[in-house]
Design a protein around this ligand. Structure first.
Ligand SMILES: *[C@@H]1O[C@H](CO)[C@@H](O)[C@H](O)[C@H]1NC(C)=O
Ligand SMILES: *[C@@H]1O[C@H](CO)[C@@H](O)[C@H](O)[C@H]1NC(C)=O
Ligand SMILES: *[C@@H]1O[C@H](CO)[C@@H](O)[C@H](O)[C@H]1NC(C)=O
Ligand SMILES: *[C@@H]1O[C@H](CO)[C@@H](O)[C@H](O)[C@H]1NC(C)=O
Ligand SMILES: *[C@@H]1O[C@H](CO)[C@@H](O)[C@H](O)[C@H]1NC(C)=O
Ligand SMILES: [Ca+2]
Length: 740
């Protein structure tokens, strides 16, 4: 198809090759003129350069149509059983296969010089260690020939270091050869090695392209341990753009690893580095001293960074160092770099303060596209938007709804209430009759402020009869402190501790604000999933938290331990711990669509409710949550897949999103068993979801379990709502399985 200039080159190469092969075949035919029906298969390797041929990525994959077409052309010319195995740049490496009469194999080897036992392929971005067979448990086998084909990503060179090398001293007997090629051709032999090399002075090889071949040849039995070598990560990168990633990404990077990438772009250009994904463990210390990515001379990053975090340098050189220590690992990062003109960092785009470039159409649309909100500053809002004093525009719909969407309260000022209504401090309007009735009807409780019971401000509990209690934790401790029983009533579900602070997005929860929140740990590991207490003995979590993977049997009760009454992960030792007696995932859970993502866990023994441990109320099966309703999500921010969450329990307000709208946003993936929610206001909040944890809704003075954190980002960015299991749909199922 898209041939052109390469054709002549191929034909020249092919003709030359055909001549050479014809000669060899001729010699072989002559050599093996004796007839025999018993034939065995022999494979020979070599390489040929196809000049003027433009390399396309598809040539790396021998199953691709492009590869087959090129190989067919070459094979049609050569008219022999001839198989291309790989293209590196414009070098074609091939194997040719011959049928050889039985008993003559040794003679053929002698004539053609190479044989092959087995082959390993390695990608340089994967953590790759190669060892002699049996290493380190037993000596390498006699009379063997083993080869390892190592391949790197395009544009990278390979660096191979032997940290152990101990072979027989005589290179005529056993030896390792390293080739600057994918096939064993003498022209590309870098080194032949035997004997012993001290680990303090390791043998190291650097290829000139992104391929390397290592062979081990041994003769008779001798007891030598062999070798171990590893491909170093990192490398040199150039051009005007490119990409790299941590070892094994998107799987976990190895411990004890240091990689360095040196990027050099053409003179006079500057470099912009972007991390689409960034998850580097911060360990227990929570700062970048354990695992980190350092952009030398610029900044050091660790932990979880927002998607597409950018770093720019005003120079044409950049050095990026990735280091992992010997403890906790995470998934690492991928990175892309590109050049920009010093005079025009964002051609045709809006430049955020954090140097990111965004489409001009995203400016002043109510969404924080920059990440630092600079695209939403100094906006002129149209009539459908509220003009916030701080320059943001927010949908008019959120005016006077009791939530500070602007971030500076502009949208909640001068809201006013009808006559007969009381205006709460959060500008919500409630009936005048509800003021000072002992119930907190305003979401912030301000309808009960300034009543005759105002002196309760400094106390821990306000009784229905007006009495103020000062002893710590009087609620639900089994003693009638009030005299009217009000401190001991409603000890059942969904009650929060007396708190005046108001919930806004993405911040530390108050102590005991979510007493039903549970932290699920795989024994002796950090927080993995959240759950909610629904009774003395039952928890609700997500089914996806309890699915086995290759390493951990998440579906087994014995895998888990549950921490109740936990506020910060550091308090784990003094919180209430329970083991799990049984796990009941929903039988229709679908691990591809996350449909029916709910599971129940039974504790090994009941818990006693207290100020810090209390159940959340279950919604009625008929409950529906209207779009726009505010709900609260809480969690330590970890997901089943990755560690490294928050230490202190986090909470955030999100809003229910119309499921028709959500289904469109999520390309039809939403079922009636799912509820969508997100931060529609965009920009102000940062929040963390937490698989299996509660999405709670405040209603009738109590919190109800409206949803279970299931999938999505947990916290919305544009067009990316969080998806929650719709608990009312499972009310009957919960009753059936638990009696609750
Ligand atoms: C290949 O054959 C040549 C000549 O027969 C010989 O010099 C060379 O050592 C052989 N190489 C191998 C790897 O056997
Ligand atoms: C190495 O081994 C070969 C063959 O076994 C032998 O001929 C040669 O003398 C040995 N060389 C040394 C230095 O031991
Ligand atoms: C990491 O290196 C340290 C010191 O070199 C060593 O003690 C530790 O075992 C290594 N850890 C791993 C997992 O390789
Ligand atoms: C980075 O990794 C993520 C997750 O694996 C992937 O979706 C994305 O396409 C990658 N981006 C680049 C530029 O490699
Ligand atoms: C969602 O919005 C569509 C139209 O915008 C409306 O027809 C539908 O009733 C809404 N659904 C809910 C659950 O509010
Ligand atoms: Ca508002």
């Amino acid at each position: 198809k898209k041939r052109g200039p390469g054709k002549v080159g191929i034909i020249v190469a092919v003709v030359t090759l055909a001549a050479v092969l014809a000669l060899i075949i001729g010699l072989l035919v002559w050599h093996f003129h004796c007839k025999s029906d018993l034939k065995s298969q022999k494979i020979y390797t070599g390489s040929l350069r196809i000049t003027n041929q433009v390399f396309v990525d598809a040539y790396e994959n021998s199953d691709s149509a492009e590869f087959k077409e090129l190989a067919n052309q070459v094979m049609a010319q050569v008219r022999t059983k001839f198989k291309l195995i790989c293209f590196g740049s414009v070098i074609a490496y091939y194997e040719s296969e011959f049928a050889v009469p039985a008993g003559q194999e040794a003679a053929v080897d002698q004539a053609v010089n190479t044989s092959m036992r087995f082959t390993q392929h390695a990608k340089s971005s994967a953590e790759k260690i190669i060892t002699s067979p049996g290493f380190p448990d037993k000596p390498y086998a006699p009379d063997s020939f083993v080869q390892w084909q190592l391949r790197g990503d395009p544009g990278h060179v390979l660096k191979l270091s032997f940290d152990t090398f101990n072979l027989e001293e005589n290179c005529s007997n056993d030896f390792v050869r390293v080739y600057d090629s994918l096939v064993a051709v003498d022209k590309h032999l870098m080194e032949e090695e035997c004997g012993f090399y001290s680990p303090s002075n390791p043998l190291t090889f650097i290829s000139s392209r992104n391929v390397m071949l290592v062979t081990l040849v041994t003769n008779k039995e001798e007891n030598f341990p062999g070798f171990r070598a590893q491909l170093a990560c990192g490398g040199k990168l150039s051009g005007t753009s490119g990409s790299f990633k941590s070892p094994n990404f998107p799987s976990y990077y190895p411990p004890n690893k240091t990689c360095q990438w040196d990027i050099e772009v053409p003179d006079g250009k500057y470099i912009k580095l972007r991390f689409p994904k960034f998850m580097v463990s911060t360990g227990s210390l929570n700062h970048c001293s354990e695992d980190y990515v350092q952009i030398v001379g610029k900044s050091t990053l660790c932990g979880q960074q927002p998607a597409n975090t950018m770093v720019t340098v005003n120079s044409n050189k950049m050095t990026v160092v990735f280091k992992s220590d010997s403890s906790q690992v995470d998934r690492g990062f991928n990175a892309t770099y590109e050049v920009f003109e010093p005079t025009d960092p964002c051609p045709d785009k809006f430049q955020c303060d954090n140097k990111r470039c965004v489409n001009p159409s995203l400016r002043c649309d109510g969404w924080n596209d920059c990440g630092d909100s600079t695209d939403e500053r100094n906006c002129k809002c149209d009539a459908s938007m509220i003009q916030c004093r701080n320059g943001f525009c927010k949908p008019m719909f959120w005016r006077c709804d009791g939530v500070n969407d602007c971030g500076d309260d502009t949208d909640e000022l001068n809201c006013g209430c009808k006559s007969g209504e009381f205006q709460c401090k959060n500008n919500q309007c409630v009936s005048e009759k509800l003021k000072c009735d002992g119930n907190r009807d305003c979401k912030d409780g301000s309808d009960e402020d300034g009543c005759s019971r105002d002196m309760c401000k400094d106390s821990t509990f306000m009784c229905s009869n007006g009495k103020c209690i000062t002893k710590p934790n009087p609620m639900c401790d089994g003693q009638d402190d009030c005299g009217d029983g009000s401190d001991e009533s409603n000890c059942n579900c969904g009650k929060k501790a007396y708190t005046k602070s108001r919930i806004v997005g993405g911040q530390d929860a108050d102590v005991s604000e979510f007493p039903w929140q549970v932290s699920l740990h795989v024994k002796n590991t950090p927080h993995v999933c959240g759950a909610s207490i629904i009774s003395e003995q039952w928890l609700v979590t997500a089914a996806h938290c309890v699915q086995d993977d290759a390493k951990i049997k998440y579906s087994q009760p014995g895998t888990w331990e549950a921490y109740l009454g936990l506020h910060t992960q550091k308090e784990k030792p003094k919180s209430t711990k329970r083991l799990i007696k049984q796990i009941i995932p929903h039988k229709n859970y679908n691990s591809y669509t996350y449909d029916n993502d709910i599971a129940l866990m039974e504790l090994d023994s009941p818990v006693t409710f207290s100020e810090t441990i209390r159940p959340i109320c279950l919604p009625a099966a008929t409950d529906v949550y209207p779009a726009g309703e505010t709900v609260t999500i809480s969690g330590w921010g970890a997901t089943r897949e990755g560690g490294g969450g928050a230490t202190v329990l986090q909470k955030a307000n999100v809003r229910i999103i119309n499921s028709t709208v959500c289904d469109e946003l999520m390309s039809g993936q939403i079922t009636s068993r799912m509820t969508c929610a997100g931060v529609l206001s965009g920009g102000v909040d940062a929040c963390q979801g937490d698989s299996g944890g509660p999405m709670s809704i405040f209603s009738n003075e109590r919190m109800y379990l409206a949803g279970v954190v299931s999938w999505g980002d947990g916290c919305a960015r544009r067009n990316k709502p969080g998806i929650y299991t719709n608990v009312p749909k499972f009310r009957a199922w919960i009753k059936e399985k638990t009696g609750v």
